[in-house]
Design a protein around this ligand. Structure first.
Ligand SMILES: [Zn+2]
Length: 89
């Protein structure tokens, strides 16, 4: 997704989403910083979580980190069968 697509998607999400805390659900949040007009760093006054608004949902995060996110220091998670002594009981 290009920058224009990301900005358009973020604008749509910010119009549809509540800026409530994604962890505790509190609506007592404050704007800490703004970036590129559409992205906000917000802080929850109840649990102190700092988060980006508009928020990504769990499915978006899963697909991004499984499919698109690539960094040289990131390795693939080994399968349970590849981990010795996996049984913790
Ligand atoms: Zn919170």
């Amino acid at each position: 997704m290009g920058k224009i697509g990301f900005a358009a998607k973020s604008l749509c999400k910010s119009a549809l989403q509540s800026s409530s805390c994604p962890y505790c659900g509190s609506h007592a949040t404050s704007l800490m910083e703004r970036k590129h007009l559409v992205l906000q760093l917000r802080k929850c006054e109840a649990c102190k979580l700092q988060y980006r608004f508009p928020k990504d949902d769990a499915a978006e995060n899963y697909h991004f980190y499984q499919d698109a996110y690539r960094e040289s220091a990131v390795t693939e998670l080994p399968a349970a069968s590849e981990v010795p002594h996996h049984n913790c009981q």
